[in-house]
Design a protein around this ligand. Structure first.
Ligand code: ZN
Length: 230
């Protein structure tokens, strides 16, 4: 559904191959806010690449490369939330030719120090904040289930298995994901308040923040987001 906005953006990029204006969106929100879903929709709408730092991280972790080894070292040391890895992933991602015209960044920068690093290489066009209350995020994340046999994902609100607690695909037992136990959720919220909330304030002070109400159906959230960018 190429809407009004994508035509407008394409015009900004220049149709005759002149120097294209780069567009960099940063999407922020609490874990469970649905920011990944909105980032993916925005990338599809604009034709920009969706960069999920979590996905990049999982890819790099398996690699036989300097950065892959360094990431594994940090995992073994139980030390993952460092700027070193996040910044290194960012630097590598922006070398990709298809990221030349811009990207939708999801999961980076998530700290003020990372935002400062980002700024040395890229201008942020807009930071989109998906606003959802902690209670709602906790409810959504608490509903996540994963199959203990085949790792298929479920959700007791949106993607219910046919039989409660049993995997549709393999009959395995469904359990709460490790990152979605009440303790893990609280911990992720704490990290968010300490590190990511100041990043939201950082972009707000620069006049770059677009706040979107994330407590609506997915399509309505995206409509509000698109309107905000026009
Ligand atoms: Zn299964």
């Amino acid at each position: 559904m190429p809407g009004k906005m994508s035509r407008k953006l394409k015009k900004n990029w220049g149709i005759l191959g002149e120097k294209m204006e780069q567009i960099n969106y940063v999407v922020l929100g609490l874990p469970g806010s649905g920011k990944g879903t909105q980032a993916a929709l925005l990338a599809k709408e604009t034709g920009l690449v969706h960069i999920s730092t979590g996905d990049e991280f999982r890819k790099i972790r398996e690699e036989d490369s300097d950065i892959g080894r360094r990431v594994r070292e940090l995992i073994d040391a139980g030390n993952l939330g460092t700027d070193e890895v996040a910044n290194a992933i960012f630097l590598r991602v922006i070398k990709n030719p298809e990221v030349e015209k811009g990207a939708v960044f999801d999961g980076y920068p998530r700290r003020v120090t990372q935002a400062e690093f980002f700024k040395e290489y890229r201008e942020v066009t807009k930071c989109i904040f998906i606003d959802v209350s902690e209670e709602e995020c906790a409810k959504r994340m608490g509903a996540r289930r994963v199959c203990s046999e085949c790792n298929a994902n479920y959700n007791t609100i949106y993607i219910k298995p046919k039989e409660e607690g049993v995997c549709d695909k393999c009959g395995g037992e469904l359990k709460v994901r490790d990152d979605s136990t009440p303790e893990a959720i609280q911990k992720r919220f704490e990290v968010y308040h300490k590190e990511t909330e100041p990043t939201v304030d950082y972009y707000e002070e620069k006049g770059l923040l677009l706040r979107v109400n994330g407590e609506q159906p997915i399509d309505d959230v995206f409509e509000e987001l698109k309107k905000g960018l026009e």
